[in-house]
Ligand binder design. Structure first.
Ligand SMILES: O=P(O)(O)OC[C@H]1O[C@H](OP(=O)(O)OP(=O)(O)O)[C@H](O)[C@@H]1O
Ligand SMILES: O=C(O)c1cc(=O)[nH]c(=O)[nH]1
Ligand SMILES: [Mg+2]
Length: 193
C-alpha cells in the first residue's frame, strides 16, 4: 500500500482533521490524524494493518509478539499481529508509566516488534520500548502507520512506517497568528508534561 493510499484511507474515513490541536507532546498543530476513525471500521483497519504486517515481515523477519502502547496502539497492534500470525499484547499507564499488566508476559527469546499508531515526537514509543526492555525477549524494531516526524524521531531502535509526513508542530508560545486565532482542542489521552 503506497503512502498516498494510506493518507487516502485517513481522508476517506474522516480521520484527517484540520484546526488547532494540542498534541500529546504539548506541541500545537493545524492537522490531526484521528486514527480511531480508521479503527472504527474493521475492514479498513484490516487493510491498513495487513500492509503494516507485510512491512514488518520484510523489515524484521519472523515476529512472535507485537507490543503496543494503549490506547491508540491496541487495535492496530492486534490487527497487525493477526496479519503476522503472532500474539498481541499492550502496555498501559499505571501512575503515569507504561506497565505490562493483566498477566501479559514476554517469553524468553521472543522476537518482539513495537507497533504504534502515530509517531510525532516518538515519546510514547520510547516509553513503550523502555517498558519492553524491562522484560525478556528480543526487541527487533518499531513500526507505525504514520510517522509525523518525517523520519526524524529517534525511538532507539529501527522505526518503519507506512507513510511519513512533514507537518508543522509548534510550541504553545510560538504559534503562527492563523493558528493562535483558532480555539485549541486536545483529542488524545496523555496529559502533557
Ligand atoms: O510520538 P508522540 O509525541 O508520543 O505522539 C504520538 C502518540 O500520541 C498519541 O497517543 P496519546 O498519548 O494521545 O494517547 P492515545 O494512544 O490514548 O490516543 C498516539 O497514539 C501516539 O501514541
Ligand atoms: O502527536 C499526537 O499526539 C497525535 C497526532 C496525531 O495526528 N494523531 C494522534 O492520535 N496523536
Ligand atoms: Mg498513543
Amino acid at each position: 500500500m503506497s503512502g498516498d493510499a494510506i493518507l487516502e484511507e485517513f481522508r476517506s474515513a474522516g480521520a484527517l482533521l484540520e484546526g488547532h490541536f494540542i498534541l500529546s507532546s504539548g506541541l500545537r498543530s493545524p492537522m490531526f490524524l484521528q486514527k480511531m476513525r480508521i479503527f472504527e471500521d474493521p475492514v479498513r483497519t484490516e487493510r491498513v494493518c495487513s500492509a503494516l504486517g507485510a512491512l514488518i515481515r520484510e523489515s524484521f523477519g519472523a515476529v512472535d509478539m507485537v507490543i503496543s502502547p494503549a490506547i491508540g496502539g491496541i487495535i492496530p497492534g492486534y490487527e497487525t499481529a493477526r496479519a503476522l500470525g503472532c500474539k498481541a499484547v499492550f502496555v498501559e499507564r499505571e501512575d503515569g508509566e507504561f506497565q505490562l499488566r493483566r498477566g501479559f508476559e514476554i517469553p524468553q527469546g521472543a522476537r518482539v516488534v513495537m507497533v504504534e499508531d502515530i509517531v510525532t515526537t516518538g515519546l510514547s514509543s520510547r516509553e513503550c520500548i523502555a517498558t519492553i526492555r524491562k522484560h525478556p525477549g528480543t526487541l527487533l524494531g518499531a513500526a507505525c502507520i504514520v510517522d509525523r516526524s518525517n523520519g526524524k524521531a529517534d525511538v532507539g531502535v529501527p522505526l518503519v512506517s507506512l507513510t511519513k509526513l512533514d507537518v508543522p508542530a509548534y510550541p504553545a508560545d510560538q504559534l503562527p497568528p492563523e493558528l493562535a486565532a483558532i480555539p485549541a482542542v486536545k483529542p488524545g489521552s496523555r496529559v502533557p508534561a
